[in-house]
Design a protein around this ligand. Structure first.
Ligand SMILES: [Zn+2]
Length: 506
């Protein structure tokens, strides 16, 4: 079994913001989890670089489109190490092998009779780069996303026979009720199939794009070019090797709801026409909102991830976006919200647990400042709880309930803190008669902390390594969880994990 995850390719008409970071982080967390449980994984992200909007933006910047897309695409690529994202490939739709792939696939669809010439007219939003039906527009013929007037356009171009795939699409939805999650998005997508119209897939008005191989007066319009990136990437991500047989189709494609229709209707129909297997699942995540507005590429309201990363590194941001907003739903994020989570959960709940546990180990069991983590009896209640935590966490991560999995870990973190209070090692240490219970308690805390570090590692990779190191457990040993990893390890005086923000400000 393999795991292949994709993010949408990001459109290079704007700079990266937290909305992009969110999708990219989520897919990275899924990938790291799969690797942790021993599955071979491939993670694809990249940039979408064609279309009239890019050509216009390049012209406005006084650059040719290739130089412009080189520059902006690099900004998206630069974001990945900042977020500690381990993608396997970064695709650009201006890559020569991608363009050749699109032409080859489209030729196949054309030869099959799925592509024909016709004249199209309709309401076009240049910001969305798509047509809208009358019924979809807001008052005053405005785009429902951008809330500004659309233009009436008419042109002759190539059409994909989308309507011919209606029955097959319906059959696919009926046979695969989990192929789009959450359920509400499945239903929404299923509803779109009832009114299928053929789809315009080329433009004569655009020059910055992939040429239609049988008609040099036209280039492919954004979707057929962009969507096939998920397939083309596997053919050239590794030089001299085609990974398609190993990884196609995608296990999960992560996207936001604004591109649901393209991925849930057009994309499977394109794949059917091209005789390629369909993705196993689309996961539609919600929007991070700021003051009630979607954090989108054409909106100027983004919460800036860069200062947060600069101050704290990527882990607290990765943690915050998945913890604050239920993955799959919309939710508000803010600088205040980030600081609150950081202080209460990272500095207090987790940071204190680790530092006081390690300190007590050294203080009560240390010899010359080094303590050996004691063994824990098999009937330990903390052990039972750790095993249950890992089982639930694994199931939730497998089902892509990333926020639920974090909550499961946090319930256990709080339980460990309560265990400290209940057992009060500082009181036990006063009486030699309690030596065994003291050792057991400190052993339970050490094993519990390693359990937390393991389960947090997909979300907070460097933090989890630091946490485990404080119990004397190295990164390699953290890869595979079992109760007892900490036993016998050397613990020394801890260093602070999360300096408190309040202290930093004071
Ligand atoms: Zn629009």
């Amino acid at each position: 079994m393999t795991f292949y995850v994709t993010t949408p390719i990001y459109y290079v008409n704007s700079s990266p913001h937290l909305g992009h970071a969110y999708t990219t982080i989520a897919a990275d967390v899924m990938t790291r989890f799969q690797r942790l449980v021993g599955t071979e994984a491939f993670y694809l992200t990249g940039t979408d670089e064609h279309g009239s909007k890019i050509a216009e933006a390049a012209e406005a910047a006084g650059e040719d489109p290739q130089a412009f897309t080189d520059r902006i695409s690099q900004r998206f690529r630069d974001l990945l190490p900042l977020l500690d994202v381990e993608n396997d490939f970064f695709i650009r739709t201006t890559d020569a092998p991608h363009k050749a792939f699109v032409q080859q696939v489209a030729q196949r669809m054309y030869d099959k009779g799925d592509i024909y010439k016709d004249t199209y007219s309709g309401w076009y939003c240049t910001a969305c780069e798509r047509y809208y039906n009358d019924g979809e527009l807001l008052e005053g013929n405005a785009c429902p996303i951008h809330k500004r007037p659309v233009e009436h356009m008419e042109e002759t171009n190539w059409f994909f026979r989308l309507s011919a795939y209606k029955e097959r699409l319906i059959a696919h939805f009926d046979a695969n009720p989990e192929w789009i999650v959450p359920r509400a998005k499945f239903n929404e997508a299923r509803g779109l199939i009832d009114q299928l119209e053929d789809l315009s897939i080329s433009r004569s008005s655009i020059t910055w794009g992939v040429d239609v191989p049988w008609d040099d007066s036209q280039v492919f319009y954004v979707w057929i070019d962009a969507l096939f990136n998920y397939a083309s990437a596997l053919t050239y991500a590794v030089e001299g090797e085609d990974l398609s047989a190993k990884f196609w189709p995608p296990t999960v494609q992560v996207l936001a709801k604004d591109i649901l229709k393209f991925h849930s209707v057009y994309w499977p129909a394109f794949l059917m026409s091209a005789d390629l297997a369909l993705p196993e699942q689309l996961f539609i995540h919600g929007y991070l909102t700021v003051g009630g507005d979607k954090m989108g590429k054409s909106m100027g309201n983004a919460l800036d991830p860069f200062p947060i990363i600069e101050q704290h590194g990527p882990d607290p941001l990765r943690f915050y976006v998945l913890r604050e907003v239920q993955f799959g739903s919309d939710g508000a994020v803010s600088q205040e919200g980030f600081e609150r989570r950081y202080d209460t959960e990272l500095a207090n709940d987790l940071g204190n647990l680790v530092s006081r546990s390690a300190s007590m180990l050294v203080k009560y069991l240390g010899v010359d400042g080094v303590a050996k983590v004691p063994a824990v009896p098999a009937d330990s209640a903390v052990r039972a709880s750790a095993e249950a935590t890992i089982a639930t966490w694994r199931a939730q991560m497998t089902e892509l309930d990333l926020s639920g999995a974090l909550e499961t870990v946090w319930v256990f973190v709080r339980e460990l803190n309560k265990h400290v209070e209940d057992r009060a090692p500082w009181a036990l240490a006063k009486d030699e008669a309690n030596a065994e219970l003291l050792a057991t308690t400190l052993g339970e805390l050490a094993e519990g902390i390693v359990t937390v570090a393991h389960a947090l590692s997909p979300v907070m990779p460097s933090t989890s390594v630091k946490v485990a190191a404080m119990i004397g457990v190295d990164a390699g040993a953290l890869q595979q969880w079992s109760w007892g990893i900490a036993e016998g390890r050397d613990v020394t005086k801890p260093s602070p994990l999360f300096p408190r923000l309040e202290t930093a400000k004071a």
